[in-house]
Structure formats: structure tokens, C-alpha cells
Ligand binder design. Structure first.
Ligand SMILES: NC(=O)c1ccc[n+]([C@@H]2O[C@H](COP(=O)([O-])OP(=O)(O)OC[C@H]3O[C@@H](n4cnc5c(N)ncnc54)[C@H](O)[C@@H]3O)[C@@H](O)[C@H]2O)c1
Ligand SMILES: CCCCCCO
Length: 299
């Protein structure tokens, strides 16, 4: 069980895709966590989802703004400026929208990749402590496709892998900006995401039909959302979470190349680690030696 390091009560949260399968369940949990404000940015209004959220939102923390991720950087800035007018500050941004139709792959890139970069960088400027902000958190919903690319969905996999690396890169700046960022990679989750899954050559992949009746494990959006919130409360900068089959775990993504300006400190660290290991080996050897001598004397 991860330690709660970020208390969500009283926080101002923006969730993109908040009427989507995973997003909607995440909104329900955030309301129950006592957030101060929850701005749902979504491409289209959803009366039934809004009504259900209102039924549990006694404090009236939820608001909605129409937002299309493909609207471009300037419009994104305008939308976030309106939110800042309303909230005063944004504590957490959750990028939870996305599509899986590769037929016109410029669209999936615009939504999943460019759109997420736009919202992240706009929120980043507003949160950045080095630019007068209060710091904050950006949660990017990637996918297991970023961890194990799908051969049938190479562009989808690229958008999700790109967002994962984008998030890891920005997280390095946290000491200066006070902004914590991490990625969450859901496994296959039973939402409408599956209804429009087309190959880059346009072929309908019919995942829904193929999955029906198969003993193929997926997870519910509720289980996924519960782990999204757990990951947010764990508040670990720069990490990659995988939430699959109702389980939440950290995924170690290794760096395989060291920038020249980091090489010297990297080599020094390796030398220190080696010296420490040698000392431990020597101590263990001497302990074994003294135990052996004691046995010989007593034996
Ligand atoms: N369902 C899965 O198996 C699965 C697995 C891994 C990752 N994901 C990711 O999780 C996130 C949520 O997906 P979901 O399963 O809840 O699917 P979903 O289709 O239920 O929700 C996605 C939401 O994104 C919104 N959206 C689509 N295009 C948009 C745009 N241009 N502007 C604004 N909003 C837009 C849709 O309206 C929809 O409500 C997505 O990023 C998806 O890639 C899903
Ligand atoms: C392979 C199933 C497609 C659903 C989206 C996974 O991120």
C-alpha cells in the first residue's frame, strides 16, 4: 500500500477527459476525496455523467468547460487562463483523454500527443515556482502500449511512448519548478476506448467483438480509477506507474545513455558504489572468518 504523500482535499484539479470511462470514475473518487474544485474539460457535454456527478457532489466542486485537445496552443492558453480566473491556482492537472483510431493518424497524434503536450506546457507555465507559480502536479495517462508497443497500433503506441518520455524529461526540472510529473499506464480497461480501434491502414480491429466471451482479463474503469488516485496520492516525481488487472505497480524505466556533462558525476558515483560494495564484502568476509575461528575454538 503506497504511503499518502499528497492530500487531495482542498486541491484545485483540472481533468481532461473527465466524462470518459476512466476519467469519469476518477472524478467520482476525487469528489469523495474532498477536492476544492474539479474542472472537467471535455470535448462534448455529457448530461447523464454530469447528473451522476452532481448527485454525489454536495459541495458543488464540479464545473465543466468544453475543450477539444486539438484546439491548438493559443486556445488552450485561453481556456487555462479562464480556469485560473475561477480557481486562482491549479494544483493538479490530469491528462485523461485519448483516442485509439489510427485511420487518420494525424488526428490521433493531435489528440494523444500534441494536445497533451499543449495542456501540460500551459499548466506548467502557470504552476512553475520559478515564474511566480505555486508548483503543482501533472498526471499524464499513457498506456501499456508505451511499455510494450502494439504492432497493430504503432502510432497509438508512439503517442503514448512519447508522452511517457516527455513526462520523464520534464520531471527532472522539479527542484527548480516545484512541479511533480509522472505517467500512469493503464492496461486494457473496459471502456468505450475500444469501440473505435482502427489500424493505421484503416482496418477496424474489432477489439470489442474479439474480446467478447474470451477468458481475456481486462479491468473495470472503477478499478483503474482507484489506482490512478492511489498513484496521485503517492506523489512520486518522474515515475511510471502501471495499473493493470486492478493492480498498481511502479515500472523501472532505465536510462541507457549518460549525457557528457553528467558523465563525471556518474563515474564518481559508480566508483563510490564499488568502494562501498568492496567494504561490505570485506566486512562480511571478516565476520565469516571470526565465526569460523569461534567454532574451531569451541568445537
Ligand atoms: N481503455 C483502455 O484499455 C486504455 C488502456 C490504456 C490507456 N488508456 C488511456 O486512458 C485514457 C482514457 O481512456 P478511456 O479508456 O477512459 O477511454 P474513453 O474513450 O472512455 O475516454 C476517453 C475520453 O477522451 C475524450 N476525447 C477524445 N478526443 C478528445 C479531444 N479531441 N478533446 C478532448 N477530449 C477528447 C473522449 O470524449 C472520451 O470521453 C486515454 O488516454 C486512453 O488512451 C485506455
Ligand atoms: C489493444 C487495445 C487497445 C486499447 C488501448 C490500450 O491503450
Amino acid at each position: 500500500m503506497e504511503e499518502v504523500k499528497l492530500d487531495l482535499s482542498g486541491k484545485n484539479i483540472v481533468i481532461i477527459g473527465g466524462f470518459g470511462g476512466i476519467g469519469f470514475e476518477t472524478c467520482k473518487l476525487l469528489i469523495q476525496k474532498g477536492v476544492a474544485n474539479l474542472m472537467i474539460l471535455h470535448k462534448t457535454w455529457n448530461e447523464s455523467a454530469s447528473k451522476e456527478l452532481r448527485s454525489i457532489d454536495a459541495a458543488g466542486v464540479c464545473q465543466y468547460m468544453e475543450f477539444d485537445l486539438t484546439c491548438g496552443l493559443e486556445k488552450t492558453r485561453q481556456v487555462f487562463a479562464q480556469i485560473m480566473e475561477k480557481f486562482g491556482s491549479i494544483d493538479v492537472l490530469i491528462n485523461g483523454a485519448g483516442i485509439c483510431d489510427e485511420q487518420d493518424f494525424s488526428i490521433i497524434i493531435a489528440v494523444n500527443f500534441t494536445g497533451t503536450i499543449n495542456t501540460t506546457l500551459v499548466a506548467y507555465d502557470l504552476m512553475d515556482k520559478s515564474r511566480g507559480g505555486k508548483g503543482g502536479v501533472v498526471v499524464n495517462i499513457s498506456s501499456v502500449a508505451a511499455l510494450t508497443p502494439f504492432p497493430v497500433l504503432p502510432v497509438y503506441s508512439a503517442t503514448k511512448g512519447g508522452i511517457l518520455n516527455f513526462t520523464r524529461a520534464l520531471a527532472h526540472l522539479e527542484p527548480k519548478t516545484g512541479i511533480t510529473l509522472y505517467s500512469i499506464c493503464p492496461g486494457i480497461t473496459d471502456t468505450k476506448h475500444w469501440e473505435q480501434v482502427r489500424h493505421f491502414q484503416g482496418r477496424e480491429l474489432c477489439f470489442k467483438e474479439k474480446m467478447r466471451g474470451r477468458p481475456f482479463s481486462t479491468q473495470t474503469p472503477m478499478a483503474c480509477a482507484a489506482n490512478v488516485v492511489k498513484a496521485i496520492e503517492a506523489h512520486k516525481n518522474g515515475v511510471t506507474w502501471m495499473c493493470d488487472l486492478g493492480q498498481l505497480k511502479l515500472v523501472e524505466i532505465k536510462n541507457f545513455w549518460t549525457p557528457p556533462h553528467h558523465r563525471q558525476e556518474h563515474e564518481q558515483q559508480e566508483q563510490q558504489d564499488e568502494q562501498q560494495q568492496n567494504q561490505e564484502n570485506e566486512q562480511n568476509a571478516s565476520k565469516k572468518g571470526s565465526r569460523k575461528r569461534k567454532l574451531q575454538v569451541s568445537g
